[in-house]
Design a binder for this molecule. Structure first.
Ligand code: DX5
Ligand code: ZN
Length: 217
């Protein structure tokens, strides 16, 4: 088992001290910085938008992993690329023309991600799997940090892993929501490659240590 890619979610950071928290992540073993964009329509919450993503990018020394929880994400791909996104994940449930959107993301030299809600079956990705660089399996209902991990996620990871292998794809599997040191080993064992962690990192006594702990599983 390779060591996982760790992507702390900035949603759980102290927004009044964003620069400080981004610099902390720069010093840590975090691989990516996960950026949650919520529009109050696709999900029942509003987080922050382009100017904040841009400001994070000014200080970040790690790739920005942008998770768009918005309607009509295809309208904002270029804007998020310009705001520093290395990965752009759109929601399966928000895309009428997913295949086209994935190609657009790749054509901008970003990595193309698809996020799926807890009720969305991984089989629905079978026809696009070779066009997807990462699948973000939501292990909570998107919209808020600090929620309880949904146990059905392990099964989804195993099923998706099979689809990836059957299609000789190189897609990575990311888990987002309620990730902690107790469920992380089981997620990696099931086939996850990337762990997003918000509250578990930022609400811990020593976030740098916590990131190290996740990294060394
Ligand atoms: C949920 C977001 C997650 C969230 C994770 O809508 O997509 O990325 O920030 O936070 P925790 O780890 O606290 O569940
Ligand atoms: Zn997220």
């Amino acid at each position: 088992m390779n060591s996982p890619i760790i992507a702390p979610s900035i949603l759980a950071a102290d927004f009044a001290n964003l620069q400080r928290d981004v610099e902390m992540l720069n010093e840590s073993q975090a691989d990516w910085i996960h950026i949650d964009i919520m529009d109050g329509v696709f999900v029942p919450n509003i987080s922050f938008g382009l100017p904040v993503c841009d400001a994070i990018n000014e200080h970040a020394k790690k790739p920005l992993d942008v998770h768009l929880m918005i309607e009509k994400p295809e309208k904002y791909l270029k804007a998020f690329r310009d705001a520093g996104a290395a990965n752009i994940s759109v929601h399966y449930e928000a895309c009428d023309h997913l295949h086209r959107t994935l190609q657009e993301i790749r054509s901008m030299d970003c990595r193309a991600g698809v996020a799926i809600n807890p009720h969305t079956n991984v089989q629905l990705l079978e026809d696009t799997i070779c066009d997807i660089d990462l699948v973000c399996i939501m292990s909570v209902n998107p919209g808020f940090g600090g929620q309880k991990f949904i146990e059905n996620t392990y099964k989804k990871v195993r099923q998706l892993k099979e689809i990836i292998a059957e299609n000789n794809a190189h897609t990575q599997i990311e888990i987002d929501g309620g990730v902690n040191i107790h469920n992380a080993p089981k997620l990696l064992e099931a086939g996850a490659d990337i762990l997003v962690a918000g509250s578990f990192v930022f609400k811990s006594v020593d976030p740098i240590d916590t990131i190290q702990e996740l990294k060394s599983i």
